[in-house]
Design a protein around this ligand. Structure first.
Ligand code: HSE
Length: 300
């Protein structure tokens, strides 16, 4: 029996669309046990009732890609998913179960693939690397998808930085949130984002959190997604007024993340209140970055 713990993630971080992401200390746990026959899937926690127990289950689909690649075919498999990351909220739930499922499948079949090879396969399945990279490696990651390789750099964020996640009580599929983004963009918008995402990374590496926060503006996806997240601009304004370093859509949304140092209670309350003004109820989580990524844990 093998068990993996894999963190929630926030993709994009404003200007780093499909490129930058960060892992946070909220975890899904997945357990694999080889059986004599059949496929048994147990799910508990967030969205348990929505998750398929059949062969189309994403954990199983991810595992199967690895089994097929290394030519290992378990006689039967029990998959247990303890789901703590909200589903379809922009907190990397699918990246965590794809990455976790692939890592476990690799371990159970003899660990023929490296973590980098698993990373590449997981990126192919998810379609973008900004959640997969921090889910597997932890920290803040910057990833580049090439023709036959994926490169990734991991940076450990300063210890005092944490994120207030305002999680609205509605789901938004990544597919829907990608459809509203134009295919062609203006050169000035490209420069706007390249300059900010580059300086954002440099600022974090230098530990300059104020500069890091100032750079978290975006023109490639957030303005277009605003119509899908009622109250977004108000939540942004309120969080900043209460001292947040920066605010961004977490991944494809609808969750919004405000970065803070010190006590984030006021920021959290202001975000919930601003959502409420627009008829949206939201809960908050105050999470510190995870720097370990996916790790195998002891089974009980
Ligand atoms: N980079 C992706 C997007 C993240 O913004 O669509 C999806 O989780």
């Amino acid at each position: 029996m093998l068990k993996v713990r894999i963190p929630a993630t926030s993709g994009n971080l404003g200007p780093g669309f499909d490129t930058i992401g960060m892992a946070f200390r909220l975890y899904n746990y997945i357990t694999f046990e080889v059986l004599a026959e059949g496929l048994e899937i147990e799910v508990s926690g967030e969205g348990a009732e929505e998750i398929s127990r059949g062969e189309d289950n994403i954990v199983y689909q991810a595992a199967k890609k690895v089994f097929d690649k290394v030519n290992y075919h378990p006689s039967g498999l029990r998959i247990k998913l303890e789901n703590n990351i909200p589903i379809a909220r922009g907190m990397g739930s699918s990246a965590s179960i794809i990455g976790g499922g692939m890592l476990l499948a690799n371990e159970i079949s003899g660990a023929y693939l490296s973590k980098d090879e698993i990373f590449k396969m997981a990126v192919e399945m998810e379609g973008h690397p900004d959640n997969i990279a921090p889910a597997i490696f932890g920290g803040m990651t910057i990833s580049v998808v090439g023709i036959d390789r994926v490169d990734c750099l991991k940076i450990e964020p300063p210890k005092e930085l944490h994120g207030i996640f305002a999680i609205p009580d509605f789901q938004l599929s990544t597919m829907t949130a990608r459809k509203v983004i134009p295919v062609m963009i203006d050169r000035s918008d490209a420069v706007f984002n390249i300059s900010r995402s580059s300086l954002m990374v440099g600022a974090l590496m230098n530990g300059d959190l104020n500069l890091f926060g100032k750079m978290m503006e975006d023109r490639l996806h957030q303005p277009y997604r605003m119509s899908l997240i009622p109250g977004m601009q108000d939540v942004f304004n309120q969080a900043k007024e209460r001292g947040a370093l920066s605010v961004a859509i977490s991944g494809a949304g609808p969750t919004l993340i405000a970065f803070v140092t010190g006590d984030g209670t006021e920021v959290a309350e202001a975000m919930v209140k601003a959502f409420k003004k627009h008829g949206i109820s939201a809960k908050t989580l105050d999470l510190y970055p995870d720097v370990q990524g996916a790790v195998l844990v002891k089974t009980d």
